[in-house]
Ligand binder design. Structure first.
Ligand SMILES: NC(=O)c1ccc[n+]([C@@H]2O[C@H](COP(=O)([O-])OP(=O)(O)OC[C@H]3O[C@@H](n4cnc5c(N)ncnc54)[C@H](OP(=O)(O)O)[C@@H]3O)[C@@H](O)[C@H]2O)c1
Length: 330
């Protein structure tokens, strides 16, 4: 029987998501890769329970995470059933709908029909009565925003979600969506954009600052650019890396061009000078960015998660170091 660590809340830091009452650990564990049936269940279980033992109580999922789609939610459901059920009220579980999930006109996009039936399926896979955060996974230009936001608001009213979130919205649509939700009496608790040192678009276009001023938390994803910023591709493509995995179409080898290598090499040099790893500097830079609530991280093995937990215990960076890092990538 699983007995969680008694000291699990001692060292993790928690921040409010925007102006909400919800406090979240400064790192959340993402289930996109390595938590579905592509990985051994025992390894998935080990990483999830280790996270919980270290105070990482926020698990980020979506209907389509894992290979096959949905298997990450099913695995989490199994772990909840056998290990974490007594601790459900200590967990924040997020899921999303918006990208392709099943064939036909109702398995993709932002319609009420898709979002609410997908949420029911997610709850079934995870064996839950409710999720803590239900996201619209992307802006859908083919569905009126009022319909998508109405579906999110109704998920809350039906008691199937406690909070709502938005992900991958262009800045103007983010603002429009927030204003519609406001009219429905709901404030999104989190915005989840792609943001990393290599891709600072959402900061530059003002979405992070907008969320900060509006009291909405921000939880960026792929902060390591799927591993590029950990330094593992400085001297080639390791066999056990995501880029070498033929099942993964999302991390293109052609990215490893001269411009990128030049930036990564400079970053590596800076990290060496500061006696830190590239992984540590990347994670700390995100956590020191004003407006960011938590960093959402992916891992492929337990050792990586252990390293990240050590890093967040002492994540502060001074302004000069932040500037040196930003200068490399701007
Ligand atoms: N809302 C959205 O549309 C969206 C999209 C993408 C992701 N997400 C969320 O964000 C989460 C994280 O995304 P992600 O996995 O793409 O991004 P990531 O966190 O940028 O990259 C994760 C990868 O970085 C490497 N890594 C992590 N820690 C390491 C360490 N200590 N040492 C060495 N390498 C390390 C591993 O690569 P290897 O696998 O090569 O070992 C790991 O698989 C997802 O699980 C999901 O929850 C959301």
């Amino acid at each position: 029987m699983y007995n969680p660590a008694q000291d699990r809340y001692t060292n993790m830091k928690y921040r409010h998501a925007g102006t909400s009452g919800l406090k979240l650990p400064i790192i959340a564990l993402g289930f996109w890769h390595n938590f579905g049936d592509e990985h051994k269940y025992e390894m998935v279980r080990e990483m999830v329970l280790y996270a919980f033992d270290k105070g990482i109580v926020h698990f980020d999922l979506a209907n389509n995470y894992g290979l096959p789609d949905g298997s990450a939610e099913s695995n989490l459901g199994k772990i909840i059933k056998y290990d974490l059920k007594p601790y459900r009220d200590q967990l924040v579980i997020s899921t999303k709908a918006g990208f392709y999930m099943w064939p036909g006109p109702y398995g993709d996009g932002g319609s009420r029909k898709y979002l609410l039936s997908s949420l029911d399926q997610s709850l079934l896979r995870m064996g839950l009565d409710y999720v803590d955060i239900f996201y619209s996974h992307r802006y859908d230009p083919d569905t009126p925003l009022i319909e998508t936001m109405g579906a999110l608001a109704d998920a809350v009213r039906m008691g199937k979600a406690l909070y709502v979130g938005l992900s991958n919205y262009p800045d103007s649509k983010l603002k429009e969506a927030v204003s519609i939700l406001d009219g429905l009496g709901i404030k999104p608790v989190l915005y989840q954009p792609h943001y990393s040192l290599l891709d600072q678009g959402v900061r530059q276009e003002g979405s992070i600052e907008y969320c900060r001023k509006s009291g909405i938390g921000v939880i960026p994803f792929s902060i390591f650019n799927q591993g590029l910023l950990t330094g593992k591709y400085l001297t080639g493509i390791p066999k056990d890396s995501r880029m070498a995995d033929p099942r993964n179409p999302f991390l293109d080898k052609n990215q490893l061009n001269e411009t990128l290598n030049d930036k990564l090499t400079k970053f590596h040099e800076l990290a060496k000078t500061l006696d830190q790893s590239m992984t540590a500097l990347t994670l700390k830079a995100v956590l020191n960015e004003p407006g960011i609530t938590s960093a959402l991280v992916g891992v492929s093995r337990l050792e990586q998660l252990k390293e990240l937990v050590e890093i967040v215990h002492d994540y502060e960076l001074d302004d000069n170091t932040m500037k040196q890092i930003i200068d490399i990538f701007e």
